[in-house]
Every structure is written in C-alpha cells, then in structure tokens.
Design a protein around this ligand. Structure first.
Ligand code: ATP
Ligand code: MG
Ligand code: FE
Length: 343
C-alpha cells in the first residue's frame, strides 16, 4: 500500500508518503517555528493560516519526492486529533478533498498513535510493548498488548513534559521551543541544583511536573531577591535530572510489571539527549530492547501518521468523509479491531 499522510495538528505542516506502513518514500515538514518564536509560543490562529498557505506546496513536494503518481495512492491518512482544532481542520479538509478526488479511502488517525508508531519506521515491533510518550501536550505510559491496541496505564496529572521544558526554558530566557536549549544547558553543566522528584503514590504510573517547574521558578526568584547570580546550567541540569529520574524509573517498573518485549520512546521530548542516554543505559542493564526514532521522527511529522494509519488500512477500517476534527480524541478508542490480512 501507498499511504499519503497529512499532519497539521500544531505548528508543523507535514505531508508524507509511506509504503506498507514502514518505508518512508517522502517526509516533508514545513515548520512554523520561526513565525511563532516572536510570540514565545504557538499562536493557534496564525498556525491555521500558515497551514492553509503551505499545505498545497508541501503536498506537491511530498508526491514529487516520493516519485509516485497521485493515482498510485492507496489511501489518504490525516491527523484527526488531538491538536488545535483550527490547525487540524486544514489538514482534514485537504485530506478529504484528495481522498474524494482520487476515490480512495480516508483514514482519520490519532496523533499519539502516530508518535508511537514512528517506531515502526525504525524496526519491526514485538508485543506486548510499552510506549513512553513524552511530547509537548502528552506524557503517558501506554501498554500495547498487541498491534494497534492502546492501554494507558499512566498519564500526567498536570503539565506535559514538553510543556514543562518550554516553561522552564522561558524562565531561563531561552528561545522557543525551549526543550533543546534546556537539554544543551544541562549537558554543559558540571554542577546540579538538586530539585524534588514527584513520585506520587508508591504504585502510581501517573506523572506530575508542575511542582518541579515551580521549584525552578522559586530558585530563580530567590536568586533575584538576594541579587545573587544563578547558575543557569546547574538549574537546567537539576530540572532535567529530576524529569529523567522519574520518567525512566516509572517506565522501567512498568516494563517489568507488564513483562513487555520492547520499550518504545516517542514524542518530541524523545529528542532529549539526556533522556535517550539514561533510558538506553537502563534498558541495556535490564536486557530490554529499546526502540528510539531518529530526531526527525520524534517531533511532529506525517510519516508517523502514515505508519499508524496502516494499522487501520490492513483491517479495512476506514473513516467516513463527514469525519470531524476531534481536539480531544481518546487514544484507547482509536485502537484497531481484530486482524484480517491486507497488504
Ligand atoms: P503533542 O504531540 O502532545 O500533541 P506537540 O505535537 O506539540 O504535542 P511534539 O512536536 O511531539 O509536541 O514535541 C514538541 C515538544 O518537544 C516541545 O515541548 C519541545 O520543547 C520538546 N522538545 C524537542 N526537543 C527536545 C529536547 N531535546 N529536550 C527536551 N524537549 C524537547
Ligand atoms: Mg511542533
Ligand atoms: Fe506531537
């Protein structure tokens, strides 16, 4: 199958062509970061307008790079949610028009299922698997009992990790998006300002990051009031150490409890060097295979949407053309049904 996939849930206008759910023929990403940076974050209305301006060009470029004819496309996939509703709508209208014009099925796809199945573009997955989802809007531990079955065992009770990174980065006066800057500051530090870890209840797989963010802000305020200089690198290192400690410890405990065969790291924060290294080390010690996407497949892209959509393609589960954007689309509900066999 050749799936043409569209992703416009936030501030990346992305179109990809994916063969059989695992081979990327094209993966074009138009980032709006430069436009949103001046506002210190994504401005939804501007994001939607930018998607409208770029989607046709990005789609044309993807088809050209893939070296296919539009008539060869088997299905059109698009992110249905979660995301910014106005941004999602642009991709959905484009995908519906294409599906209608080409007379091929439409596959509404879950954005986080996409982040998880970015790993299928890296290697064959084996089940049960555990996904550690760390992105701008989500922090979740997801058990995949089998292909395309999602069971969320833990989630953040307040801020997502990426959100915490971006807020801390802003307080440390780094440009948007701040995650990579905090990562770099932390890596460059010899010292660490030790900050609290939010473990929650002893058996909890849930997360909480807003207290940690407040602890960072309190450190900055204290220094300011005492007119003392603050070691930004040591503060970033302390923040990152707390985040990584909690994420890695909980993920490893869940991997043991659910006796999984693979750990899948995904979402924008999966680009974090410290997290990749720490998880890699712990998985090696535990003899647990870890799958981590390359950086371009960690942050938003459409190839991952094509990979996830293939799960539905295989089972002939298509989406009606009157489908609506769903900013709160639940992941578990998007799980695929019992298997059949389509190529
Ligand atoms: P969601 O996927 O939950 O809807 P999103 O699509 O906005 O949210 P992603 O694109 O998956 O989020 O990830 C973006 C986030 O990843 C941002 O918060 C960004 O700061 C963070 N991020 C990117 N690189 C790094 C890094 N090296 N270290 C930490 N965070 C990072
Ligand atoms: Mg983004
Ligand atoms: Fe995302």
């Amino acid at each position: 199958s050749l799936i043409l996939a569209v992703e416009t849930s936030c501030d990346e206008t992305a179109v990809a062509v994916v063969r059989d759910g695992r081979e990327i023929l094209a993966n074009v990403i138009g980032s709006q970061i430069d436009i949103h940076r001046q506002f210190g974050g994504v401005v939804p209305e501007i994001a939607s307008r930018q998607h409208v301006e770029s989607i046709t060009l990005i789609a044309r470029q993807a088809v050209r790079e893939a070296g296919i004819a539009l008539q060869d496309v088997s299905a059109v996939a698009v992110t249905q949610g979660p995301g910014l509703v106005g941004a999602l709508l642009v991709g959905i209208v484009a995908a519906k028009s294409l599906a209608l014009a080409l007379d091929v099925p439409l596959i509404g796809t879950h954005h986080i299922a996409g982040h998880i199945y970015a790993n299928r573009l890296v290697e064959e997955l084996s089940y049960p698997a555990l996904a550690l989802v760390v992105s701008g809007g989500h922090t979740e531990l997801v058990v995949l009992e089998r292909e395309g079955r999602f069971h969320i065992i833990g989630r953040t009770r307040d801020d997502a990790v990426g959100e915490a990174y971006d807020k801390v980065a802003r307080a440390l006066e780094c440009p948007y998006p701040g995650g990579p800057h905090v990562d770099a500051l932390a890596a460059g530090s010899a010292d660490e300002i030790v900050l609290p870890r939010a473990w929650l209840e002893p058996d909890a797989y849930d997360f909480s990051f807003s207290g940690l963010k407040s602890a960072v802000l309190a450190q900055l305020n204290q220094a300011r009031m005492k007119r003392q200089p603050i070691d930004r690198e040591a503060l970033a290192a302390g923040f990152q150490a707390s985040v990584i400690d909690v994420l890695v410890t909980k993920a490893m405990r869940a991997a043991r409890e659910y006796d999984v065969r693979q750990l899948l790291l995904c979402g924008g924060v999966a680009a974090n060097k410290g997290l990749r290294a720490a998880l890699g080390e712990r998985c090696r010690e535990a003899g647990l295979p870890l799958v981590v996407p390359p950086l371009v497949l960690c942050t938003d892209n459409a190839a991952m949407i094509g990979a996830a959509a293939h799960l539905k393609w295989q089972r002939g589960e298509f989406t009606p053309l009157d489908m609506k954007a769903d900013p709160q689309l639940p992941l578990e509900q998007w799980s695929v049904g019992p298997a059949s066999n389509r190529k």
